[in-house]
Design a protein around this ligand. Structure first.
Ligand SMILES: C[S@@+](CC[C@H](N)C(=O)[O-])C[C@H]1O[C@@H](n2cnc3c(N)ncnc32)[C@H](O)[C@@H]1O
Length: 411
């Protein structure tokens, strides 16, 4: 990395203030056309002074803008990004601060304080693109809006998921895209990049983009597929506007089930299509498992996962809302439902690990008692260890679609 470029870049630090109820304090900027992003929603914070580090600069800015003195240990790192606007590059770091105070108690001296419910904040179309990306990152990190896919600590589970469900996904891509010679491919919600790398291998002449809202996932994907970086780029959703991509194939696996606003997600996909784009959606039907012999804990774990999703406005088991959102924008060209067997302990491990990942939240949200959660977890790990039992995993819908005639774009 060129140290001169780093030194010359502007630097910005911003913070999200969140309370225990999951509300977030944001800054509604004045409508003055002479300021950046007038009338838009962004975070409190600002540009750093020379020789100031991000944390010190942020503490100073929050004192100026909110008349509140925070200490270093209260600042939790969220993410960093580099953005370029009107030829000016800015290195930004974002933090969040968990508070017990009433968010209304702050005296705001720049813009107006605006309190939004974090799990729905991304729906407000006044958010600046960077603020929107960071809101999604914050939802992911704090489990408001999004629980099952996580960052670094989730690598083992995502590898296991890929080993079980990736086989059919790869076959489906080869089948549905057999007549296509793509030059640009997107893996949207690429996670750790398994499928992104597969697509790059399948189409060695294409430029492949793995796109995700999670910096942690992207960093993990970049580290893993370092050797083919070049033709394969992992980019954050907030950087997408810099690329102006229209893709020949858009692949999206296990992402819709995590959306509070499925329509907004599908609109994002649509905006990346040209007339002949093939869009592949692969999503699970969570309540479609079959266990032989019957094991109560598995059915109960699925039931609770679905209930947790519903409590957050998310449908972990794809159904009417998700299908209608897709079919109002895309024509379905191919449709398959697969249900792989979870035979090996590697595959079965997904069931137990996924449940353990959400058990804290099930208890916090009073969906399940601590005793029942522990009992289910114990039985699931016994199932993993028992080599005599296997079960059919989740049913997975594989769809290949193209944008509807009336919505078509030119390349
Ligand atoms: C369950 S993981 C699936 C990852 C990958 N597609 C796979 O099948 O291994 C879901 C991924 O979608 C990302 N994601 C969720 N909502 C997104 C959105 N609106 N835009 C882009 N990525 C999103 C998450 O950060 C996460 O990496």
């Amino acid at each position: 990395m060129d140290s001169k470029i780093l030194r010359d870049n502007r630097r910005f630090a911003g913070a999200f203030l969140i309370n225990e109820r999951g509300d977030v304090l944001l800054q509604l900027r004045d409508s003055d056309p002479s300021i950046d992003n007038p009338g838009k929603i962004s975070v409190f914070g600002g540009s750093l002074e020379a020789n100031e580090n991000y944390r010190d600069g942020l503490i100073r800015e929050l004192k100026e803008e909110l008349n509140a003195l925070f200490c270093d240990s209260e600042l939790k790192f969220l993410s960093k990004i580099r953005k370029t606007e009107s030829g000016i590059t800015t290195d930004c770091e974002f933090y969040y601060i968990k508070l017990v105070d009433d968010l209304k108690s702050y005296t705001v001296s720049e813009g107006t304080g605006l309190i939004l419910e974090l799990s729905r904040a991304h729906l407000d179309d006044r958010l600046t693109p960077t603020c929107l990306a960071m809101v999604k990152e914050l939802q992911s990190k704090t489990n408001y809006g999004y629980a099952l896919a996580t960052g670094e600590g989730d690598i083992e589970r995502l590898d296991a998921l890929d080993s079980v469900y990736g086989v059919d996904a790869r076959r489906f891509v080869e089948y549905a895209c057999k007549d296509i010679h793509p030059t640009t491919i997107i893996d949207y919600g690429c996670g750790h990049g398994h499928m992104t790398a597969f697509l790059a291998g399948l189409y060695p002449c294409a430029q492949v983009f793995g796109i995700d809202t999670s910096m942690e996932q992207l960093e993990s994907a970049r580290a893993r597929y370092r050797s083919i970086i070049g033709r394969l780029q992992f980019i954050h959703t907030s950087e997408l506007f810099e690329f102006d991509i229209k893709a020949d194939i858009i692949f999206s696996k296990f992402v819709i089930i995590h959306q509070v606003n499925v329509d907004a997600y599908n609109d994002e996909i649509l905006s990346l299509c040209h007339n002949n784009t093939i869009v592949i959606f692969i999503e699970p039907i969570l309540n479609g498992m079959l266990v032989i012999p019957h094991i109560d804990a598995i059915y109960r774990a699925n039931e609770l996962t679905i209930q947790l999703g519903l409590s957050k406005g998310i449908n972990y088991s794809i159904s009417k809302r998700e299908i209608e959102s897709i079919t109002s924008r895309f024509d379905i060209k191919e449709f398959k439902v697969m249900q792989p067997i979870l035979g090996s302990s590697n595959g079965k491990f997904i069931v137990a690990r996924s449940f353990d990942q959400i058990s804290g939240e099930l208890i916090d949200r009073c969906i399940c008692t601590t005793d029942e959660t522990e009992k289910i977890s114990r039985e699931l790990w016994e199932f993993v260890a028992d080599t005599t039992i296997s079960c059919a995993g989740m049913q997975i819908i594989h769809l290949a679609c193209s944008p509807k005639e009336r919505l078509k774009y030119s390349k």
